[in-house]
Design a protein around this ligand. Structure first.
Ligand code: ZN
Length: 265
């Protein structure tokens, strides 16, 4: 049985997911995310509020603009559902409400960054830099980051080391990779995202996240080339795999370390 806070978080996820769609579209185009109101990118008609209801609006319109009938990507409802799923997943951590909402906002940033990276191969500074700062700021609030919680927000020390080693570590890793492979594997955006993950989840999250992202990225990259005949010379965005791995760490990382190291760090 789903209780009330879970249902409220799912609802929050759907509504915020609709806003994340706006961010994914507008942030890389340097457009304002609040103005103008949502409009069809083809005919510029404003979208009425009832058509803008997450998932349902898209289903009722059967994925077509009410005015010009041009197709509306199925990715819009997908992002809304994904955000709802992410919102529900943080409730399973049973953390205090403030921490739950903070982690939800972190998840929102990860979703926006992932889809922008898929579309444009960039991870905009306007999200990663404030993301690093916010992670550090939250870690600096002494009443948060409760050590007893299953997936705690880190202490300021862990977050600070996380942001720093995330940045320096991945820069070094990228340099070694570029030297050995003779090609650029990672951009500065990936490095800043990694630092952001360190700031939000602590340095302990970094080895797990990097390893998991490398595995997921390789498997997905090979599958992408084999299944859809994607050109193997096209770059493969790494941000989405870093983001997904950080999220996996949130739920399974501590248990993984316990199993692998035989103790908690
Ligand atoms: Zn239209």
């Amino acid at each position: 049985m789903m209780d009330q806070p879970d249902a409220l978080m799912i609802l929050l996820g759907l509504v915020c997911g609709s806003f994340l769609n706006v961010c994914i579209y507008r942030v890389p185009r340097s457009e304002s995310i609040v103005h103008p109101a949502s409009h069809c990118p083809h005919c510029q008609h404003a979208i009425r509020w009832s058509d803008n209801i997450p998932v349902i609006g898209w289903l009722l319109l059967r994925g077509r603009c009410r005015h010009c009938q041009s197709a509306i990507s199925g990715r819009y409802p997908l992002v809304e559902l994904l955000t709802a799923l992410m919102a529900w997943s943080v409730t399973t951590l049973h953390g205090p409400m403030v921490e739950t909402l903070l982690l939800f906002s972190f998840g929102c940033a990860l979703i926006v960054l992932s889809f922008i990276d898929f579309d444009h191969y960039i991870l905009p500074d306007v999200i990663t830099k404030p993301g690093i700062a916010t992670g550090l700021l939250i870690a600096g609030i002494p009443s948060l980051g409760l050590p007893g919680w299953h997936a705690p927000l880190p202490t300021l020390e862990y977050a600070g080391i996380g942001a720093l080693t995330g940045y320096i570590g991945l820069r070094a890793f990228a340099w070694i990779f570029a030297t050995l492979a003779g090609k650029q594997g990672m951009g500065l955006g990936d490095i800043k995202l990694f630092a952001m993950i360190g700031a939000w989840l602590g340095w302990q999250a970094l080895p797990f996240t990097l390893f998991c992202a490398a595995v997921l990225g390789s498997v997905a990259g090979i599958a992408w080339i084999l299944v859809s005949g994607r050109n193997r010379h096209l770059p493969i965005p790494f941000g989405p795999y870093l983001a997904l791995s950080a999220w996996i760490y949130l739920f399974y990382g501590p248990a993984f370390y316990l199993w692998y190291l035989g103790r908690m760090y």
